[in-house]
Design a protein around this ligand. Structure first.
Ligand SMILES: [Zn+2]
Length: 308
């Protein structure tokens, strides 16, 4: 199917989603470093919605500001998210059609994790934002794990239940796990969707065993704007946060994780990290020169002709 920019605009307009009127809250301090000095880098997102992305000048974290409230995001995920992504790409993307893609994802990331998971003693795995459970199911079979899928979307956890997995419908920050702890925790294509990354990663640190293993991956914001040579095309209302390598590693260090290996995924867009609990450093910050080079690169992409 060929799709033009005009077709895409028509399809998105047909959804009649009024982003401007959704309840939002201002972000006053950076979720990563606590600074309040921001730079506004964009004024609309890839769908054309009036969403501003701000950057923290101190650490380089990029985020939507203002950002929709948790309730507004709750409704967005029930009614709008999959139809919007379908309209953007010009093909149906829903809880069923994503499963083939997720199986390929599970196989590729499973290869990356295999040296760390093979032969492990602990077997309890929590997949946060685990969607339809395809990834948890594949890894459970491959590595002998007992997997639990946690996701806020009931249509997606229903698919995970059908695979025989334990499911929890909810959010990791709010769910009461009691004394339960996990040997393996995964945040697959999830961290960019969170509303409080620091709060979630700290919660993950509490839920993981001392000898446990964390897998987390990001959409690399630099890869996203370089491939389209457009910063606006890399911003989308479904992602409150935009990470680059130095911001996610600072998060992990602040929350008590040590990166064992990073993986530039075959799609050239995602970067995955396998981590273990460590003492961490609560005031970890990206190097100043890396942050300065990042802002310069954004201005360059916004103004220099796209390389041919
Ligand atoms: Zn910051």
């Amino acid at each position: 199917m060929t799709t033009t920019i005009a077709d895409r605009r028509v399809r998105i307009a047909a959804l009649d989603y009024d982003y401007a009127s959704q309840p939002k809250q201002p972000v006053g301090v950076c979720n990563l470093c606590g600074s309040a000095t921001f730079v506004v880098i964009t004024h609309r997102d890839r769908y054309g919605y009036p969403a501003e992305a701000h950057g923290c000048r101190r650490c380089g974290l990029v985020f939507l500001n203002p950002v929709m409230t948790p309730d507004a995001y709750g409704s967005f995920y029930v009614d709008t998210y999959r139809p919007l992504v379908s309209a953007y790409h010009g093909r149906l993307i829903d809880a069923r059609t994503i499963q083939a893609e997720q199986r390929e994802y599970a196989a590729q990331r499973g290869d990356f994790l295999a040296p760390f998971l093979a032969g492990r003693k602990g077997t309890r795995m929590l997949d946060i934002g685990g969607s339809t459970g395809v990834v948890a199911h594949e890894w459970a079979k491959r590595f002998g794990l007992q997997a639990t899928v946690l996701d806020p979307a009931p249509l997606e956890t229903a698919e995970a239940q059908a695979l025989g997995l334990e499911t929890i419908e909810g959010l990791v920050e709010r769910h009461n796990f009691g004394a339960r702890r996990f040997d393996v925790i995964a945040l697959c294509q999830t961290i960019d969707h969170l509303l409080d990354v620091m709060g979630t990663l700290r919660r993950v640190r509490e839920l993981i065993m001392d000898e446990g293993l964390l897998f987390v991956d990001i959409v690399d914001f630099r890869a996203a704007y370089l491939r389209n040579w457009s910063v606006e095309e890399a911003i989308k209302i479904d992602h409150p946060y935009y990470f680059v390598e130095f911001t996610v590693t600072s998060y992990l260090e602040r929350c008590g994780f040590e990166v064992l290996r990073a993986d530039y995924a075959a799609d050239h867009l995602h970067v995955g990290y396998v981590c273990r609990p460590s003492r961490g450093r609560v005031d970890a910050l990206p190097p100043r020169d890396a942050v300065d080079a990042f802002w310069r690169e954004i201005r360059y992409v916004q103004n220099a002709p796209r390389p041919v």
